[in-house]
Structure formats: C-alpha cells, structure tokens
Design a protein around this ligand. Structure first.
Ligand code: ATP
Ligand code: MG
Length: 227
C-alpha cells in the first residue's frame, strides 16, 4: 500500500479507561489509516478492539488524545453527526438491526436520516441487497433471518449513504466458517474494488492475515505486525 495516500482516520496518543480509571483499555495509542486500506485490529477478547472502533466512530470519547476521521473530530457533536450520516459506516458486533422491521425497512433508516429521495433510496437498497445476495429477503423481518443474512443486511445498512470509511466490529464473529468467509470477502471487495477504507476488528488470525495490515491490540497498546 502506497504511503503517499492520504490519512483518512487517525488516533494520536489516545487513552481510554472505564470505571473511573480502574479499567485501563487503551494507553496513549496512535494509529494512522490511509485511504483504500483494509486494516485488521487483531486481538484477544477484551483487548480493546471495540473501544478503539467506537472512539474512531464517535460513539465514545477518549480520556486524552486526538482523533481525526475524514478530516473531522468525532468528539465534536456537529462533526460527529456529519461523519455518521455521510462519511462513515459502522457495522456493530451485534449488528444492531431493528428485529421486527424488514430488511428493506432497516435499510431505509440511514436514508431517512439524510432526507434522501424515496426513489433514490429504493434504487440504492435494490443495488446493495443484490450485491450481497439478499434481494430475495427484502421483505423478511430481521428476526427471521440467519446470522449471516443479518450480518449482510448490517453491511448494506452501513453502506447506504456511500461512506468513505467502514468500521466493522467483528463482522464475522457470530458466523460459521463458510458464512464468515463470504462476509469477509465482501468487505475485502469493498476495499479493493470500490476504494472504501475498511478498519475491521477481529480475533481470527485467518481474516487478519488476509487484510493489508494487521495492528495487534494487546495490553492497552497497538503493535504493527507484518502480514
Ligand atoms: N462501558 C464500559 N464500561 C466498563 N468497562 C468497559 C466498557 N466498555 C468496555 N469495557 C471493558 O474494556 C475492555 C475492552 O473492551 P472491548 O469491548 O473494547 O474489547 P474487545 O477487544 O472488543 O473484545 P471482544 O473481542 O470480546 O469484542 C474490556 O475489559 C471491557 O470489559
Ligand atoms: Mg469487541
């Protein structure tokens, strides 16, 4: 990956603890992700992968340090809104879809948030579900879908507003080996074919090794590992 590409997401000496400092998760960590990269945050359960993604996505605030994501500061409220609506897609570890709404209704939510035209939204939904092989499930409720289908829906939702950056929190964590591979291949394709930057948290070595970079999360620190 060329070093000349611009940095799209950056953490500088960021620290985060919980419980009034009793649980220290990240200690002065720095990370720079460049446009078009597929970066794995790889580490054991509880190492801080979700915490770091939440900080980058403006879902939580650091105790110390600076964050810059798509040129904006996710800690600032107005910037955070703009990031979430237009620039950044987040795939949650537990997908966070609305269970009693259909696939189509779930996918309309991000479009409603930006006031997208109805026809354009319908076309975008159709395009995305076709891409992930979910067109036949559009009218099905999330609660009736398999784990892999839910995760593919969550990917579509994250992509609805054409983000530049995708933060994917263990998107294969709850899936069997084959389904996990399919979902991972989709994310890799987004990075390599569409130029979307993807930061992916995983504890699975095989997925980490298939990324462009592996950043190991351990003992509150980040360590670059060569792939
Ligand atoms: N809101 C919170 N309050 C207290 N502790 C928290 C909170 N969020 C996370 N933690 C703790 O911070 C540590 C890191 O959590 P985090 O969810 O970032 O880990 P992770 O690497 O994503 O783990 P997993 O692979 O299990 O998803 C854990 O010990 C967790 O219990
Ligand atoms: Mg996690």
């Amino acid at each position: 990956m060329s070093k000349s590409r611009e940095i799209i997401a950056e953490a500088r000496e960021v620290s985060k603890s919980y419980d009034g400092g009793r649980i220290v998760v990240l200690r002065d960590v720095s990370l720079a992700v460049r446009t078009g990269e597929l970066v794995a945050l790889w580490g054991a359960s509880g190492s801080g992968k979700s915490t770091l993604l939440h900080l980058l996505g403006g879902l939580d605030a650091p105790d110390r340090g600076q964050l810059t994501v798509c040129g904006l500061n996710p800690v600032d409220e107005a910037s955070r809104l703009s990031l979430r609506r237009h620039r950044l897609g987040f795939i949650f570890q537990l997908h966070n879809l609305i269970p009693d709404l259909t696939v189509e209704e779930n996918l309309r939510v991000p479009a409603l948030a930006v006031g997208a035209a109805r026809a354009a939204t319908a076309a975008r939904i159709r395009e995305l579900v076709t891409e992930v092989g979910m067109a036949h499930r559009l009218g099905h409720r999330i609660q009736d879908l398999s784990g892999g289908e839910r995760q593919r829906t969550a990917i579509c939702r994250a992509l609805m507003n054409r983000p530049q950056l995708l933060l994917a929190d263990e998107p294969t964590g709850s899936l069997d080996e084959t389904t996990g591979s399919t979902v991972f291949a989709l994310l890799k394709q987004l990075a390599e074919r569409d130029g979307i930057t993807v930061v992916l948290a995983t504890h699975e070595r095989r997925f980490a090794e298939a990324c462009h970079r592996i950043v190991r999360v351990r003992d509150g620190r980040l360590e670059e590992i060569s792939t």
